[in-house]
Design a protein around this ligand. Sequence first.
Ligand SMILES: C[S@@+](CC[C@H](N)C(=O)[O-])C[C@H]1O[C@@H](n2cnc3c(N)ncnc32)[C@H](O)[C@@H]1O
Length: 420
Amino acid sequence: MTYNKKIDFLYNHFTSILDLEFDFKNKLNFVISQYFRNNKQLGSKDRKLLNILLYNYYRYSIYFNSMNDTSKFEIFLINFLMCKNVLILSDTFDYIINEFDIFVRENTDLLINCFKVFDHIAENIEEVNKLSFTTIYKSEIDYLSSELYSILNTKAPVSLRSIYLENDTISIENELKTLGIDFEKNELGLLDLNTLKNFDISLKSKNIDYEIQDNGSFLISRFVARLKANTILDACAGSGGKALAISYFDNTKSIDIYDKDSKRLSEFSNRSKGKHKNIRSLKKLDNNKFYDIVLIDAPCSGAGTIRRSPDKKYTITEAIIDEFSGLQRKVIHDYSKYVKDEGLLVYVTCSLFRKENIEVLNNFLNENRNFRPFEINDNFIDNYSLKISNFAKILIPIKYNGDIFFIAVLQKISEKKDKE
Ligand SMILES: C[S@@+](CC[C@H](N)C(=O)[O-])C[C@H]1O[C@@H](n2cnc3c(N)ncnc32)[C@H](O)[C@@H]1O
């Protein structure tokens, strides 16, 4: 083999990172960032490149590991070939594409097997995608739609919207054009970016306000905003992402936000910059206050965000799903008491596991006779989701480009009506 210094340098860092351990709490992106901090000799181009190579590797590593006759270095090269389509889109990577092409020319014998495997993958990509998921995912994907195998192995875009007004993306669009950043305004009105370029510093320096929001999360917020309600409690608000989006659609709704994690909740003020007078951040819930809607964007495994975090393929285990399922049963029970008579309880997760979704709701309905299913009648949501039951849907990114979300709606039965 003809030695290539740059390829060797990258391969060594690539394999060193593969040797690092990550798990559900110690996530892959933390582990990679930590590695980069400890290896300052890696420049920004190398770091970007390694990120792309590693994320693709983790999408397909189950498949790669099943290839018995292929060496680690060959897998590195095959993985590189799989990423080449993305790399050629940005001139940032010209340096390595050129180097790689020289390496290929000088090592044709070695590369023959790699190209064979690469061609096989390209010709059988649907099968390869399916083979690159663990059993626990497969049972859910087969239940939902086999189309998801390919989609969940692609990267979701970064989507931007204006902060306050639905039609106010024009200044963001103009700045992105000036920066030469490709984007597409999707049918929901968000700007989908498939870029590796930094846009945030430039937008901020020009005081252009924007929110990064996943398309699925946006759809959920739109749905909640259109339900009949004056008062909303967003009980697991994080730093207020959903509340801000609901408010974007309808700023006449009065929204109280709460999160057990007070540090996360405190970030809301930075996001809102005091401009959302209809949203109040609560340190403590008032047991005597009841709401038209209680939104529970429940803590979950986040399995539906696998397009952004392929490590979730490996770190989500049955035990983790069971742990979240237990927590979700507690959370829905605890916050259901804040729903007004005839009011709605909206339960959301970004998971695709039935144990975190419909099973939590069925269990709650069995234990709480004062709640009933509330039929979701919304053609807009229907267009983007699959029906799980008349009160529950799962948004799957076949017709929108984003993460998976589950949503279910229950209604509190009025005690008075119940007695009549
Ligand atoms: C899926 S995240 C919410 C994301 C947020 N709604 C958004 O749109 O950005 C779930 C949140 O639930 C919070 N949480 C977990 N257990 C909770 C509890 N018992 N009560 C309230 N919040 C809780 C977590 O701190 C986390 O911020």
